[in-house]
Design a protein around this ligand. Structure first.
Ligand SMILES: [Zn+2]
Length: 255
């Protein structure tokens, strides 16, 4: 029952977050969702991509173009993450905090997949809120209530430095565009919500997931990775995995 509630709420909030992400990325005023091709407003039933795909209503009524799958990915990511957290930890205060922390992650998954962009308008407020809440109330890791006040901040610093170094190594070897400034800010945010030392596992998970993802794309395209792939979703998944399975991931990496 808890899981169903979390899933439904996650789909609703996910639809809102995905719409908010596109609105913030485009820097436009808040308005009801509309078709990206012909700007005809969607019917209310199409505001949730998950609902409209489920009902077979994913085409725009005016121009027939399908709704964006990237938005659907953001909605489903948030709903699944909330359901997993609720299934394991119920609605404890720390579990609710973890659910809150997933919202900006689902938003940047939408923008990064759509435009390879992780907007400051999403990342900077998220970093600010996570830094304050993490320092005052501890980490949103629901498996444990123990924490030290500096863990969130130390995690943020480690995430930032690690990906800043990786981004600069990437530029040295592969040229511009492998990892961007948005990815570095995202890694800092993941550090703030997973804390030290768990940020290390979150980043290792992101690198493993990114490697698997690159391999899949490579095989699917039977060729080289010519187009740079967005890395944000892998970092976000690494962070979400820690919120849900931190003890298991720690055991998996360190035996
Ligand atoms: Zn249209």
């Amino acid at each position: 029952m808890l899981v169903v509630i979390a899933l439904v709420c996650g789909l609703l909030v996910g639809a809102l977050a995905a719409h908010g992400a596109e609105t913030l990325m485009a820097k436009r005023a808040w308005q009801s969702p509309s078709c990206p091709y012909c700007t005809t407003p969607y019917e209310p039933i199409q505001w949730s991509m998950a609902l409209s795909w489920l009902l077979g209503r994913q085409q725009c009524k005016a121009c027939g173009n399908p709704q964006r799958w990237q938005r659907l990915a953001g909605e489903i990511l948030l709903a699944v993450a909330w359901a997993l957290i609720a299934a394991r930890y119920g609605f404890s205060p720390r579990a609710l905090f973890a659910m809150l922390c997933v919202i900006p992650l689902s938003m940047i998954v939408v923008t990064d997949l759509e435009a390879k962009l992780i907007p400051n308008r999403i990342m900077l407020p998220a970093i600010g809120v996570a830094a304050v809440l993490g320092t005052l109330f501890g980490l949103p890791l629901p498996f444990s209530d123990q924490w030290l006040w500096w863990q969130a901040l130390a995690g943020g610093v480690v995430g930032f430095v690690a990906f800043w170094l990786l981004a600069n190594v990437g530029i040295a070897f592969f040229g511009e565009g492998a990892l961007g400034a948005g990815d570095v800010k995202l890694a800092a945010y993941i550090g703030l919500i997973t804390g030290f030392p768990f940020i290390i596992l979150a980043l290792l998970s992101a690198v493993v997931l990114g490697g698997v993802g690159a391999l899949v794309i490579l095989i699917a395209r039977r060729g080289t990775l010519h187009t740079a792939m967005p890395y944000g979703p892998y970092i976000a998944l690494g962070g979400i995995a820690m919120l849900v399975w931190a003890p298991e991931i720690a055991a998996w990496f360190f035996g």
